[in-house]
Design a protein around this ligand. Structure first.
Ligand code: GLC
Length: 595
């Protein structure tokens, strides 16, 4: 049994549970229907009591909001709807006082088309900032090549004022920066230093894989159009083979626009900027392990996105994922797990089965908190917020959904009702609705009578709200709080190595987490542990089925002392040759040598 790392060797970002805040939807402190820093400050006590150690804020910068904040118009400002820079500083200070770190979203690939840099760049061909973006001449009366934007339509936009096209991987309102121009790097690293100087703890790097394009601009060879690809994605939604096929098609289509050479050198350069400051970190919006570099010289964390890419989290799926992922990490690299964010369906909706959703939501949290690596949670998942499909296209704020709707109606002749369902499926508003704080008008997010920026999910009236769940010891929120405490109190769950057991089990997932002694925990780390070293070892069992199971572990000389169970158990100590699990039970026991 490998026993892992000691707690003392770990950095804060390896120990903390991160919580993503979507600023527009978290807490509206000034009653205008949009979340802001006043609201966030008011809710810091809530977050501290929840037990999270770090916050990732989705963009809080001034933005025309065409891509819901991911179209930044000023990298060192604060969106007026969220407050002022002083409000931000107060928020950061108050978070730090509570021992909570804060990382920001950093959108490197593109700016808003309203950013002063782009306004200058497009003003004339000889403007000094012309080369800050990717401008090209057209070909044969059309765009420079056949590339698509990842969000639909062509990747090139003609600008009549100067007679050239500019490149945009995302919406045309998000022109791509030209990262081959050293002045762009300088300007962006200045923005990075601006926030680091203020004491920000790091960044989540948006869309890192699209930063460079192939400068030779070769045509892609995909045989279908992007709307056709989207259409097929809908048809293959519930088939994993179909999805895999589409992933391959997408790779062909975007072959020259993603993961291009230069990325890793750029990440290394950014890492040296961040390393000028003690104790800061970078996490990339990428599932690619290559972004860890050699384990020390690129990103501190890259999300384990492959784990999310399924319709059902099963023990077999998790084991295969862990085996592949953990063995691929370079030495020194630390894993990072998540099941939901502002771009994906809500965990509760996506991985529920419609019958045991509550039990499954608990299992999914337990999985995040017991696997090796830093967990990222998304605001609202702790109360079981669900996707809210919008009823009318006019309610959409995510222009991806709007584009999908009009494209499938106009180009594929889809009936409007089906198109709406499809727009809800691909659009991301459904997981961005306001946080439900109480069973009162507007879910307690904004005062009664205020029109919130996206509608509040009416299930706040069915106990999907913070206030009611805080009062209920059996609620999902109380469960989150308990499990976060358990993780904090058991070093093996944070620092311990992962050793899978019962590798063939289809109904349940079981593994050991073992950590070496931590001098800071003192003499309690005595010799009676299964690890053979003076550290803690925990047995984790997640029964993901509606059947009870009695398990036999080959650990005869040991017993398990109860650390946590989601169910009432007969006693505090269990015989490891006969450990009985109730349906959907989450069990964590500390392995001790029998005396
Ligand atoms: C990232 C963000 C997403 C945004 C896109 C373009 O994927 O997570 O919300 O739309 O980048 O900036």
């Amino acid at each position: 049994m490998n026993t892992g790392t000691s707690m003392q060797e770990l950095e804060w970002w390896q120990k903390a549970v991160f919580y993503q805040i979507y600023p527009h939807s978290f807490a509206d402190g000034n009653g205008d229907g949009i979340g802001d820093f006043y609201g966030m400050i008011d809710r810091l006590d809530y977050l501290q009591e929840l037990g999270v150690g770090a916050l990732w804020l989705s963009p809080h910068y001034p933005s025309p909001f065409f891509d819901c904040g991911y179209d930044v118009a000023d990298y060192t400002g604060v969106a007026p709807e969220h407050g002022t820079l002083d409000d931000f500083k107060r928020f950061l200070n108050e978070a730090h006082q509570r021992g909570i770190r804060v990382i920001l979203d950093l959108v490197l690939n593109h700016t808003s088309d309203q950013h002063p840099w782009f306004i200058e760049s497009r003003s004339s061909r000889d403007n000094p900032k012309r080369d800050w973006y990717v401008w090209r001449d057209g070909k044969g009366g059309g765009p420079p090549n056949n590339w698509y934007s990842g969000f639909g339509g062509p990747a090139w936009e003609y600008d009549p004022a100067t007679g050239q096209y500019y490149y945009h991987y995302f919406f045309k309102q998000q022109p791509d920066l030209n990262w081959r121009n050293p002045e762009v790097k300088q300007a962006m690293w200045d923005a990075v230093r601006f926030w680091l100087d203020l004491g920000v703890d790091g960044f989540r790097l948006d869309a890192v894989n699209t930063i460079f394009e192939d400068p030779a601009l070769p045509d892609h060879a995909a045989e279908m159009s992007l709307p056709e690809l989207y259409h097929q994605a809908l048809q293959a939604a519930s088939s994993e083979a179909g999805q895999a096929q589409l992933v391959r098609q997408t790779e062909v289509m975007f072959q020259y626009q993603r993961e291009q050479p230069g990325m890793h050198e750029l990440m290394q350069e950014l890492r040296t900027v961040v390393d000028e400051y003690p104790d800061r970190m970078l996490v990339g919006e990428t599932g690619e392990i290559a972004y860890y570099g050699d384990g020390t010289n690129e990103l501190h964390l890259a999300f384990n996105f492959p784990l999310m890419k399924t319709t059902r989290i099963t023990p077999t799926w998790v084991r295969a994922n862990q085996q592949e992922r953990l063995s691929a990490l370079p030495p020194g690299a630390w894993p990072c797990n998540t099941l939901g964010n502002h771009d994906s369906p809500r965990v509760y909706s996506r991985y529920g089965d419609g019958q045991n959703d509550d039990a499954l939501a608990r299992l999914h949290l337990a999985l995040m908190l017991t696997l090796r690596g830093t967990p990222f949670l998304y605001n609202g998942e702790e109360i079981g917020m669900t996707d809210l499909p919008l009823e009318d296209i006019s309610q959409f704020r995510d222009n991806l959904g709007v584009w999908v709707y009009h494209t499938v109606v106009n180009e594929l002749g889809m009936p409007p009702a089906d198109a709406l369902a499809y727009a809800n499926y691909l659009g991301r508003d459904k997981c961005r609705t306001p946080m439900q704080w109480a069973n009162v008008p507007n879910g307690g997010f904004s005062p009664a009578g205020v029109r919130t920026w996206l509608p509040v999910n009416p299930n706040d009236a069915q106990s999907v709200n913070v206030a009611e769940q805080l009062d209920d010891p059996d609620s999902l929120l109380s469960f989150y709080r308990r499990m976060l405490r358990v993780r904090k109190q058991n070093p093996a769950l944070i620092a311990g190595d992962y050793t899978v057991l019962h590798e063939e089990a289809e109904d349940y997932l079981t593994f050991l987490r073992g950590s070496v002694a931590d001098p800071s925990t003192g003499p309690s780390a005595s010799s009676g542990h299964a690890s053979g070293q003076a550290g803690q070892t925990c047995l984790v069992v997640l029964n993901m089925s509606d059947q009870a199971h009695t398990l036999n572990f080959d650990l005869d000389a040991h017993t398990a002392e109860l650390v946590f169970s989601s169910h009432a158990r007969g006693g505090d100590s269990d015989d490891l040759s006969q450990l009985t699990l109730a349906p959907f039970e989450i069990y964590i026991g500390e392995i001790k040598r029998k005396t």
